[in-house]
Design a protein. Structure first.
Length: 710
């Protein structure tokens, strides 16, 4: 009987995979995925996908139905969502645009049957796709979602779980026909005669071909290393800039290029040419290469600024906006971090209220002129009002273009170009952001998308500032939003955490923790402490936690995660330092790995034994030294063992040696054996000698390897 259920489940999974593969082939999409609802309809889990490298898949395997993502939107709205280009994506789903800053077109449709929604089907095309789906594509998507819905309903009736569980299945893309042997030999000979490097990679970044001239450029003979990841074969190419362009080529299916430096400082230009089967690299010395962009290479985001600079500034704006206390601070942050980048001269933010547009913030305009903009009626026929009504941005490169669209418009601000951007929160346009320029301005596609995404970030910050009190409630909101609302349930682990703020100060701390599900038997635990007790520390805490979460989810070791996060902090230059401890678990191997950036050591209580202090080499604090290394140690983690991670607020007391305090905590931890982890958290917190008057926050995370029953 059990064999029959297993066989039926396998057939169900195969049917789902076949529907996805057929939909990708019939629509010409290069990426496809099926998401299914889980956790009582609150979460979408990726069931199967094709065309995506694993480094891109991992952060998108689990998304909340409430998230700012097309796949979730299709489930919420129960309709097909079509986003034809990056600018529309930035307008409708700004968070997705920031996380995937690559040009592509996407369709997401709900999987449903008889009124029941089971999940969503997502398809991606290169940005060259037409602005509308063809009738054939729409019919194919409708047929695929109908077949998937019927399959889910049939599986449910048969008692088969709709989801297979575990990691999503990855389908191999269709390969082009292989050339005959003579053509293959001739092609190899042709490439070997070139002085430049030619490297073939599959979509996972593994080597499939290397020409003879490559070794001289990369400094490594790769001919015997086919099948290895390029980042392993050439360690210095594990560079964020190159990895960004690899992801861009994979997602957009368009050529791109970047310049990197080898360990000797030599500049190499790497051009990437993708298709659905892999990516071809063409490597030349940058000094000898003619400057300029490749045909089809993404254009610079703004005049004089490459796309990476715009992306960096959007990330920096996202980080800084998280500490805005009121509307004027939002305006000031945009003025400091956006207007100089885009060469804008003035800014106005307007919100709808009572049938009128109210100016709630401005920069660069005289007060008298701001008063003339204020309280404008919402009637159609003016740029700001039409943007508010339609939710679509409007760009006018010069006065003539403005007058062609609005013949009666008066130019009262003595400006020469304008961008009218919708401030969208969820599915509502709450206001308009107007950027004005002193000279005629060429709004290319990349700039329009970047400005639209920026407006989405402003809208989210503005929504927070308008809804919550300027001080106390904002502090509460920041703290609860930057720390996880709940920890994931992970099979084989019991987890509990506590956060206790300091008893004096503004109530915003830099202590943080997190728990990440990495697979069926793998997980990671994070704890850290950002210097300071203010909004800046809280904002940086959220940024560090997000970065660590992303790098850990991508599969990096604890030491490499801290190394990459440290590089990011050095680039952002936040003037604050962060301690952090990262532990990854493999329950099948009954082992944990730990790395530390100047954080107090973890405590481990093996089953039936006293608690012990794990000797993790305390690397340098994050944000201090760019080339810092963080060694990883390996420790047994058998069933029944409990691990304690904590911040220094739990053990630090004036005039008491820190080592002695940690030793006392370990003794107390050992004597509390047998308590459930939630009760144990309270026991350890009560041990803190300065609990009544805490000058520092306390964060505590306990992880128990649950012993199997019996």
């Amino acid at each position: 009987m059990q064999d029959g259920v297993v066989g039926a489940a396998a057939n169900h999974a195969l049917a789902v995979d076949e529907v996805l593969a057929q939909a990708v082939r019939d629509t010409g999409a290069h990426i496809g995925a099926v998401y299914l609802l889980a956790d009582e309809g609150q979460v979408l889990l990726m069931e199967t996908e094709t065309g995506l490298p694993s480094q891109i898949v991992r952060p998108w395997t689990r998304i909340r139905v409430s998230a700012d993502v097309p796949a979730s939107g299709a489930v919420r709205e129960r309709r097909l969502i079509w986003v034809p280009d990056y600018q529309k994506l930035a307008c409708r789903f700004p968070a997705t645009a920031i996380a995937l800053p690559y040009p592509f077109a996407v369709a997401a449709a709900p999987i449903q049957s008889d009124g029941d929604v089971w999940g969503s089907l997502v398809l991606l095309w290169p940005p060259s796709h037409a602005t509308e789906l063809t009738l054939h594509e729409r019919e194919t998507i409708e047929r695929a979602t109908r077949e998937l819905g019927a399959s889910m309903e049939e599986a449910a009736r048969a008692g088969i779980p709709p989801r297979s569980g575990g990691e999503p299945r990855a389908l191999s893309p269709s390969w082009a026909a292989l050339p005959d042997v003579h053509r293959a030999l001739a092609s190899t000979g042709y490439l070997d005669r070139l002085r430049h490097g030619c490297v073939g990679l599959d979509m996972e970044g593994r080597l499939t071909f290397v020409s003879a001239g490559t070794a001289g450029l990369l400094g490594v003979d790769l001919t015997g290393r086919l099948g290895e990841p390029l980042s392993r074969a050439v360690a210095w190419l594990k560079d964020p800039l190159f990895e960004h362009h690899f992801r861009a080529a994979a997602v957009s299916q368009e050529p791109t290029s970047c310049v990197v430096r080898d360990p000797d400082g030599r500049a190499l230009r790497i051009s990437l040419y993708p298709d659905s089967s892999g990516i071809s690299l063409y490597i030349t010395e940058a000094a000898a290469d003619r400057p300029g962009r490749l045909p089809g290479e993404p254009v610079a985001g703004i005049v004089g600024h490459p796309r990476e600079d715009v992306f960096y500034n959007l990330l920096h704006l996202a980080a800084t906006l998280s500490r805005a206390l009121n509307v004027q601070e939002i305006v000031d942050m945009v003025a400091d971090h956006v207007m100089p980048v885009f060469d804008a001269r003035a800014l106005t933010i307007m919100a709808a209220d009572g049938g009128r547009l109210n100016v709630i913030g401005s920069h660069g305009y005289e007060p008298a002129l701001v008063q003339r903009f204020d309280r404008l009626p919402l009637a159609a026929g003016a740029p700001a009002q039409d943007v508010l009504r339609t939710g679509e941005p409007a760009f006018f490169s010069d006065v003539e273009e403005l007058h062609r669209t609005y013949p009666g418009a008066e130019v009262r601000d003595e400006m020469a170009a304008w961008a009218f951007l919708p401030l969208r929160t969820s599915d509502t346009v709450a206001g308009v952001c107007v950027l004005a320029f002193g000279e005629p301005y060429p709004f290319n596609d990349e700039m329009r998308a970047s400005l639209t995404a920026m407006a989405g970030l402003i809208a989210q910050a503005l929504d927070r500032a308008l809804l919550y009190d300027a001080k106390d409630r904002l502090a509460h909101t920041l703290q609860t939003s930057l720390l996880p609302r709940s920890l994931p349930e992970i099979a084989g682990l019991d987890v509990a955490a506590r956060y206790v703020p300091a008893t004096r100060g503004v109530g915003i701390g830099g202590d943080f923790y997190d728990m990440i599900r990495l697979g069926h038997t793998k997980a990671a635990a994070i704890i850290g402490d950002v210097q300071g007790h203010n909004v800046t520390a809280a904002a940086l805490m959220g940024q560090v936690r997000t970065a660590i979460h992303a790098y850990a989810a991508a599969g990096a070791s604890p030491g490499d995660v801290l190394k990459l996060t440290n590089r990011l902090l050095m680039d952002l230059d936040p003037d604050l330092f962060t301690s952090c401890l990262l532990v990854s678990f493999d329950l099948r191997l009954r082992t944990l790995w730990a790395a530390s950036a100047g954080h107090p050591p973890p405590l481990l209580r093996p089953p039936g034994q006293p608690a012990e202090i794990i000797d993790v080499p305390a690397g340098i604090l994050l944000g201090v030294q760019g080339d810092a290394e963080y060694p990883t140690v390996q420790v047994p983690f058998p069933p029944g063992a409990v691990l304690a991670l904590y911040t220094d607020g739990l053990v630090e007391t004036p005039r008491v040696d820190l080592g002695e305090a940690i030793g006392e905590l370990a003794g107390h931890f050992g004597r509390a054996a047998g308590q459930p982890v939630h009760q144990l958290c309270d026991t350890l917190l009560n041990h803190a000698p300065h609990t009544s008057q805490r000058a520092d926050d306390i964060a505590l995370l306990l992880v128990e390897h649950r012993a199997p029953p019996g």
